[in-house]
Ligand binder design. Structure first.
Ligand code: GRF
Length: 228
């Protein structure tokens, strides 16, 4: 490899924005992963729809540009809020969007704008437990396995091609909090790994299913618990 091509490879990082509403622990995991030289994405912007969201200060400390675009003043005019969001993303030449605890339903218009270029993390093994209170519902059902999913965003909530899943074993003495804690640890592993796959061009969509290239063994797309 010549000096020029090495330079080009290093420059080929995808420009990523993270959208948050809260504490931003997944955001932090993505920011940390992206500091690695060989990581194929750089986090260029963090946007919160809630003023003063905890994640904003963390992003700022990490030297990432932050923006607040409050959704509340837009009321029911979801598209007006999203047009502002979209303008901001475009102005920063963003190529991929990661939703990380972004508590706002997105309209089909916005989803279409970012079709195939927007990821979300959901604290359950989709398609089980779409929506809220996933850990409580998993415990109430007595499932023995639970976890988290990174998926491409489609207009239907908590649906879309699955990039990666991480599972945890459910214990008899789990509470929603203890389960949430273990699932969150898995979230922090799979989101950076999933973004790596997508940003490096190792994923392709085949009839609504996300597949991983060549050496994409399940090792790349699944973390499963060791039950002992
Ligand atoms: C995470 O559990 C994520 O799966 C869900 O919202 C939560 C956000 O947490 N979408 P954090 O802000 O990333 O800490």
């Amino acid at each position: 490899m010549t000096a020029t091509s090495i330079w080009r490879t290093e420059m080929a990082k995808r420009r990523v924005a993270i959208l948050i509403s809260g504490r931003g622990s997944n955001m932090t995991a993505l920011i940390e992963a992206a500091t690695a030289k060989d990581y194929p994405a750089e986090i260029v912007l963090v946007i919160s729809n809630i003023a003063g969201a905890g994640g904003l200060a963390k992003a700022s400390e990490a030297g990432i540009k932050i923006e607040t675009i409050e959704s509340k003043p837009f009321g029911k005019d979801r598209e007006a809020f999203e047009r502002k969001l979209d303008e901001t993303l475009v102005a920063h030449n963003v190529e991929l969007v990661c939703l990380a605890g972004f508590l706002r339903l997105l309209t089909p218009w916005f989803v279409k704008q970012w079709d195939g270029r927007m990821l979300n993390i959901h604290p359950a093994l989709l398609p089980s437990y779409r929506g809220l209170h996933t850990h409580e519902r998993a415990l109430a059902d007595g499932v023995k396995i639970h976890g988290a999913t990174v998926h491409f965003v489609v207009p239907e909530m908590d649906s879309g091609p699955i990039v990666m899943q991480g599972a945890v074993a459910v214990r008899d003495d789990d509470t929603p909090d203890t389960l949430a804690k273990r699932v969150l640890e898995v979230e922090h592993q799979i989101y950076p790994d999933a973004l790596r796959l997508v940003a490096s061009g190792s994923t392709r969509l085949d009839n609504g299913v996300c597949k991983t290239d060549a050496n994409g063994s399940p090792d790349d797309t699944l973390i499963s618990p060791e039950v002992i």
